[in-house]
Ligand binder design. Structure first.
Ligand SMILES: NC(=O)C1=CN([C@@H]2O[C@H](COP(=O)(O)OP(=O)(O)OC[C@H]3O[C@@H](n4cnc5c(N)ncnc54)[C@H](O)[C@@H]3O)[C@@H](O)[C@H]2O)C=CC1
Ligand SMILES: Nc1nc(O)c(N)c(N[C@@H]2O[C@H](COP(=O)(O)O)[C@@H](O)[C@H]2O)n1
Length: 289
């Protein structure tokens, strides 16, 4: 029996305002900023369609001490059965699901939707940001699922320009080259070379390639960075598990923010709603611009 159950109508209604918009015929469609529109906002709205950006949902499961895994490299289950089902429901509603290589290597995730009724067509495209191509995709669960027709073949984003664009042999998928941001002046050693790709570049490239909605699942580096970029993020959906993982875990926390020489809150959610899913709480909102 599948470990993923169907959400109740009330649970779906709760999540609905935070999902990417759908076309009248039910297909996933180009992003418009539905949540902000519902709240009557016009100024400073996130550019999605117009700005060539997809609809972006940040979602992860956190402990009460803001940790998402027990330690680097340890795959840690925080979501209970109800919020796990929610994750698979959310996956089915997005065109792509994105993680960093720091999650791909230790977790070897499936990143498909096991929600009832999910077809290959409704599966999200797995996208892994792996600038230095550290991950062995050929022996991954993603490759296996793609070969079995249980998930779409992944796209791997890297910065090695000599490799450029490359189809992954045998089972679909592709490597996508994107340039990294310039290294800070004076840093020339191999280790100091900046491998960071601008998030606007990543997201615009996905949109260019037909991805209208992206569910960003992790890990800590990716989520913490994007929490400081409200102009790129449409909604945030956090599962809060009733547990503390303890010191030494992997924490989600955005970089500190200073305004007029003073420390201020690094990021804030507004338009928040929450609901209990089993033993967990689910908090939805959008980042204050
Ligand atoms: N509880 C939860 O919901 C989740 C927990 N996790 C956990 O998070 C942990 C992994 O977190 P992290 O180590 O922070 O890894 P991560 O998944 O955030 O990946 C970080 C790596 O991705 C690449 N990357 C990220 N942004 C980039 C950019 N803009 N340009 C170029 N490359 C970029 C870099 O190589 C970077 O080292 C694991 O323990 C995993 O189990 C991961 C996802 C969800
Ligand atoms: N929502 C959520 N709750 C947790 O407790 C988690 N550990 C995660 N992790 C994310 O889900 C991926 C695993 O996916 P599969 O079940 O293998 O398809 C993992 O890599 C994280 O991105 N998420």
């Amino acid at each position: 029996m599948s470990e993923v159950r169907e959400l109740s109508d009330a649970e779906k209604t709760f999540l609905e305002p935070y999902l990417p918009p759908r076309a009248a015929d039910g297909r996933k469609e180009a992003a418009t900023h539905n949540v902000r529109e519902q709240h009557g906002e016009t100024a400073e709205t996130v550019q999605t369609d117009g700005g060539g950006l997809p609809f972006v949902t940040l979602t992860y499961a956190s402990s009460l001490d803001s940790m998402i895994s027990l330690a680097p490299g340890i795959r840690t289950t925080l979501s209970g059965p109800e919020t796990k089902s929610m994750t698979h429901f959310l996956r089915m509603h997005h065109d792509a699901i994105l993680i960093g290589v720091g999650t791909a290597i230790p977790d070897n995730p499936g990143l498909n939707s096991r929600y009832l009724g999910a077809t290959l067509d409704s599966q999200p495209r797995p996208v892994v940001v792996d600038p230095k191509m550290r991950w062995d995709v050929d022996s991954s669960k993603l490759a296996q699922l793609a070969q079995e027709g249980q998930g779409k073949a992944p796209w791997l984003i890297h910065t090695r320009h000599e490799l450029g664009e490359e189809a992954l042999r045998g089972w679909g998928g592709r490597r996508v080259f994107l340039p990294s941001e310039a290294a800070p002046t004076g840093q020339t050693s191999e280790s100091a070379k900046c491998e960071t790709i601008a998030w606007s570049t990543i997201l615009k490239t996905l949109k260019r390639d037909g991805v209208d909605s992206v569910m960003v699942e992790g890990g800590a580096t990716v989520i913490s960075t994007l929490l400081s970029m409200p102009e790129l993020v449409n909604t945030v959906i956090v599962t809060i598990a009733p547990t503390w993982l303890g010191q030494g875990g992997v924490t989600v926390s955005p970089a500190p923010k200073v305004q007029a020489g003073e420390r201020v809150n690094a990021a804030k959610l507004q338009g928040t709603v929450w609901r209990q899913f089993g033993a967990d709480a689910v908090l939805c909102g959008r980042l204050q611009v």
